[in-house]
Design a protein around this ligand. Structure first.
Ligand code: DNO
Length: 344
């Protein structure tokens, strides 16, 4: 296992010099943020990012995300140009030693929450989701911080219209077309693709979501068996799906999980949840059981603590402050060490 930390590039308020001081940190997970979605990431921008990491003794082996252009998800004729660009970005990233690319295939919106600062009894705050509140939101006027992309209201309207009639089957076919198009670049660069599950794992505003449960992965691997077609196992995203047994999924999916996001959530009601500290006792997911299942199944990929709370007076980027993610990293590192040593 390699422990990593998400870093939002030069604009991140958390300096790399702090991240390197977190015990057990091998590297950061980052991205080039200011190239328009769909365009090739130029070599000089990638090298600049890599240099920052090198200077701070941190590896840059995982990219999150290289966003997928909506034309690819929509299956528009222009997709071939965007797929060729994506393949070129993969080649460029391979040249500087990147090993894994996290991406998602959610139409229009990335992760969704309804409250970014839900107060807990201990005075910390975190992200939460209430389904009734989400249903009351207008998708034509929606943006959350931390998304890879954001649209003007005009673009958003046009995009939502373009998805009218999009089915799960069609979206899945478009994913397969995309993956088949980029697999040769992954083979050549030695890069693993790691699709992030849909967060939360159900359809939103009538837009289909297709990476939501165990069966999604059976379908994905049988459609594109190339081992470079892998996944980001995100416990918090999948865990909101009440039927998903995360320990069983970790066990089964470990060989194709090149990247793992370990995040704790506390479920309430039928669909609601609140993010909380990483410890098993703090939420609904068995972190120990998940780590154990991964280790026993021979997992050797990258891990990062996912979304932390705001604690100790920090007012961080929602989910991505320093302190609670650092605490999470240490806790998770400890779980891995204990399980690894006890299973040898
Ligand atoms: C949220 C993240 C997601 C993730 C993308 C991957 O905090 O887990 O935004 O980076 O969905 O493409």
């Amino acid at each position: 296992m390699k422990m990593t930390f998400r870093w939002y590039g030069e604009k991140d308020s958390i300096p790399l010099s702090y991240i390197r001081q977190i015990p057990g940190m091998s590297g950061v997970v980052t991205a080039v943020y200011d190239i328009p979605v769909g365009e090739v990431w130029p070599m000089d921008r990638i090298l600049r990012l890599k240099e920052f990491c090198d200077q701070n003794g941190l590896e840059m082996e995982v990219i999150e995300s290289v966003p997928v252009h909506e034309d690819i998800k929509l299956g528009r004729p222009t997709r071939d140009r965007y797929i060729a660009n994506y393949a070129q970005t993969i080649e460029n990233l391979g040249r500087v030693g990147v090993k894994c690319i996290c991406y998602n295939f959610m139409p229009v919106f990335d992760w969704l929450r309804t409250n970014l600062k839900t107060e807990a009894e201990d005075g910390s705050n975190s992200l939460s989701y209430r389904h009734d509140e989400l249903m009351a939101l207008d998708p034509h006027d929606l943006h959350l911080p931390g998304w890879d992309e954001s649209y003007t209201p005009g673009e958003l309207n046009a995009l939502l219209d373009a998805y009218a009639g999009m089915t799960h089957e069609k979206l899945f076919e478009n994913l397969v077309y995309f993956l088949e198009g980029i697999m040769p670049a992954c083979d050549a660069a030695g890069i693993n693709m790691a699709i992030h599950p849909d967060d939360p794992p159900w359809d939103m505003f009538g837009l289909p979501r297709i990476i939501t449960c165990d069966e999604s992965y059976d379908k994905l691997f049988s459609a594109v068996p190339n081992p470079h077609n892998g996944i980001t196992l995100c416990t918090g995203s999948l865990g909101a799906g009440r039927d998903n047994d995360l320990v069983a999924m970790a066990k089964k999916l470990a060989p194709r999980s090149y990247f793992v996001h370990l995040r704790q959530i506390k479920l309430s009601g039928e669909l609601d949840f609140c993010e909380c500290g990483h410890l098993t006792e703090k939420g609904s997911l068995d972190m120990y059981g998940i780590v154990r299942a991964l280790v026993e199944a021979g997992f050797e990929g990258y891990v990062r603590p996912d979304h932390g709370r705001n604690i100790w007076g920090e007012d961080g980027k929602p989910g991505y402050g320093l302190y609670d993610r650092a605490l999470g990293a240490c806790y998770l590192y400890g779980l891995f060490e204990a399980v690894e040593k006890s299973t040898k």
